[in-house]
Ligand binder design. Structure first.
Ligand code: ZN
Length: 378
């Protein structure tokens, strides 16, 4: 398996920071987006200077030092990311559910995968949505799908190409130093809750398609490449809701149809103050087998958009249906919990300091959750 590692000059991105960023209520944060955010030396707040890492078999296993993170109430816990490329253990997936797929009233698996099923078409484990790389204010706003240069990139749903050029991030068409590289944006024919939906496909070696072109699901938009802030070919894929900006991204793992018979784990984990746990390591293991183990971090607190229904800060997709054990260390205790993953559905759990783990329905949506201030920018 190849690995993707990106280099990025964070300073070049900082100038873009600063925008109102609304979710439920109002919070403003400097949300420096980074489309790439893929480097093994991650998640230490002390290292604002990105470390260039060259992909290769000899890459050192990254070590994440959670105890360097800013929330002192979290018990120190050393966490090792899986070997790059080692997850998933199987290179096989069943066919995907047809899109749009929504078993419950709350789910919205509206998109097919932007890479065909004869290739790896699931997100890289190490660089999930909502992770922080290089510096505390550089957030990964999409998922990365490992693919070789030249692999066709497919429209995840029907829509119209509204951007197809260099310069998506810097808003400077033709800017070959833009971190997205060559990128395409599709505004979809369908929305969600009266809001427009967009998907973004970045780092292309070649754009195939022009602005104004209508595409159907599966139409080729371009070819996988390594343009922009990356040192290895891959597809960076984003889902944007309510506006075509990197402040309005949502976790693509909640929008791409799962493989048939497989499901998605979604969690909301909070501390004693009711605050979302920040980049907190959680292990997910299928039972009865003791292997393979999946490791996932919660979102960087305040730096990712949660789904309007789930308010999650953890998503792990592509789990074969069955019984799973969720384990984590919290306040020097080893905690564990068992959940069932159901085919084609979300399994939702919560963790609170007071009540521990539980499987409960999310709170009913209210008008408060509707981001009425978002502006659609086609
Ligand atoms: Zn990416």
């Amino acid at each position: 398996m190849m690995k993707l590692f990106h280099t990025l000059d964070s300073d070049s991105l900082l100038s873009k920071g600063g925008s109102k960023f609304r979710q439920f209520g109002v919070f403003i944060l400097i949300f420096i987006f980074l489309i790439t955010a893929c480097a093994p030396a991650v998640m230490t707040e002390t290292g604002p200077t990105p470390t260039a890492v060259i992909a290769g078999e000899a890459v050192t296993q990254p070590t994440v030092q959670v105890d360097a993170l800013p929330n002192p109430t979290i018990a120190p816990f050393r966490f090792f990311l899986p070997t790059p490329g080692a997850e998933p253990v199987s290179g096989w997936r069943p066919p995907l559910y047809p899109v749009p797929w929504a078993v419950s009233a709350y789910d919205h698996f509206y998109f097919a995968r932007p890479i065909a099923a004869d290739n790896v078409n699931w997100p890289l484990a190490e660089y999930r949505y909502g992770g922080v790389f290089f510096a505390p204010n550089i957030v990964h706003t999409g998922v990365d799908i490992d693919a070789e240069e030249g692999t066709p990139i497919l429209a995840a749903g029907a829509g119209t190409i509204i951007s197809a050029d260099w310069g998506l991030y810097t808003e400077a068409p033709g800017n070959i130093s833009d971190p997205y590289g060559q990128a395409v944006v599709v505004r979809h024919d369908f929305g969600y809750k009266d809001q427009a939906l967009f998907t973004v496909y970045a780092h292309m070696s070649k754009i195939i398609g022009v602005v104004g072109q209508h595409v159907e699901t599966g139409d080729v938009l371009g070819l996988v490449g390594d343009t922009g802030a990356t040192t290895g070919p891959h597809l960076h894929f984003e889902v944007r809701l309510g506006g075509n900006t990197f402040y309005t991204t949502y976790n693509p793992e909640l929008w791409m149809a799962p493989p048939q018979g497989w499901g998605v784990l979604v969690g909301r984990l909070t501390d004693e103050d009711g605050e979302l746990l920040n980049l907190y390591p959680v292990e997910v293991r299928p039972l009865p087998s003791e292997v393979p183990l999946r490791k996932v971090l919660t979102y960087a607190k305040g730096a990712a958009n949660s789904d309007s229904y789930y308010h999650e800060n953890l998503v792990l997709s592509d789990l074969p249906a069955g019984l799973y054990k969720i384990a984590m260390e919290y306040n020097d205790k080893d905690l564990q919990f068992w959940v069932d993953i159901y085919p084609g559905q979300v399994t939702y759990f919560t963790f609170t300091d007071e009540d521990g783990f539980s499987v409960v329905p999310p709170p009913m949506p209210t008008l408060d959750f509707l981001p009425g201030t978002a502006t659609v920018v086609p």
